[in-house]
Design a protein around this ligand. Structure first.
Ligand code: FE
Ligand code: FE
Ligand code: ZN
Length: 303
């Protein structure tokens, strides 16, 4: 049987670079991870440290992490749908692709964008023309368009992603990142995942799925909210998430948790403990942990 490829979002810090990412992933017993090359909400990016990158590759090799399963997430201030930001977004996305190449990463997750003051059609066409500018013919990086919750003027349901892929010239560089929270919030029924995959395959093609974000949702199906919840604590049944994670057609696709950090106690607003080690354990054992939050707090409080 194929080994499950699972990890979580980890943080990339200037002083530890990619090594810090790998170490954090290993502390969760993950065999892959996803990171932003800097703060997701701004464009401050430090130069990539080659020595740290080489050390990270050694560490990945020693611990059976395949770099081709590691994911980079583009900053969400890039909005290709809004042509008022066109020059900035295109330039920044190009720089982000260069950083991926420098780090040896081949999958970059991108939010398609929000059409804001434009019509949906204009927004989609802005995305298409921007991607045409960004995608170079010899590009090794695949841009994975993320399915979105449809919050505000956000684009990124299956039909919109299909439209983008169908209209971009060099579309062999385009893939899709499924996000279970976003799909639920967008209104898709994940409880019959085979049905969903059939629809996806007809519209886009299963071979395009490059990454899956595994999140529970704080909201009911169709709420268009985009608020992630820890595994088993929200509206998506644990069994449903398992049916996606272990789907035989998707064994090669990395699964990435982006669930929220856990606070010290139920009253506290500050989220301090990463849940991933424990959620990965639940997923590997295919068994829901009824004391998830308590176990996380206990584990991290000790040290
Ligand atoms: Fe995302
Ligand atoms: Fe996501
Ligand atoms: Zn989200």
């Amino acid at each position: 049987m194929e080994e499950l490829i699972i990890g979580s979002h980890v943080s990339y810090k200037k002083d530890t670079g990619l090594v810090g990412c790998v170490e954090e992933a290993l502390s969760y017993n993950a065999n892959t991870f996803m990171f932003y090359t800097g703060a997701p909400q701004n464009t401050a990016r430090s130069k990539i440290n080659l020595e740290l990158t080489q050390k990270a590759y050694k560490l990945m090799n020693d611990n059976h992490i395949d770099p081709k399963h590691v994911i980079v997430h583009a900053p969400y201030i890039i909005n290709l749908a809004n042509s008022n930001n066109h020059d900035f977004s295109v330039r920044f996305l190009k720089e982000e692709i260069s950083r991926c190449e420098e780090l040896g990463m081949t999958k970059l997750v991108l939010h398609p964008g929000s059409h804001v003051k434009f019509t949906k059609e204009e927004g989609l066409n802005n995305i298409v023309s921007s991607l045409d500018e960004v995608i170079a013919e010899d590009m090794k990086v695949h841009i994975c368009l993320e399915t979105m919750a449809g919050k505000g003027t956000e684009l990124g349901n299956l039909d919109e992603i299909k439209y983008i892929i169908d209209h971009v010239k060099n579309n062999s560089s385009l893939m899709v990142c499924l996000d279970t929270c976003h799909l639920n919030d967008a209104g898709y029924d994940l409880n019959n995942f085979d049905e969903f995959l059939k629809e996806f395959d007809e519209k886009i093609g299963i071979h395009r799925i490059g990454c899956i974000h595994i999140n529970d949702s704080k909201n009911e199906r169709g709420a268009h909210k985009d608020r992630h919840e820890n595994i088993g604590l929200g509206y998506i049944p644990f069994e449903t998430l398992l049916s996606i994670i272990y789907h035989p057609a998707l064994t090669e696709v990395p699964k990435i948790l982006e669930t929220p950090y856990v606070s010290e106690n139920d009253d506290s607003k500050t989220k301090v403990y990463p849940p991933y080690r424990f959620e990965i354990e639940e997923i590997r054992h295919k068994k829901k942990n009824a004391n998830l939050l308590e176990d996380i707090r206990l584990f991290y409080k000790k040290d």
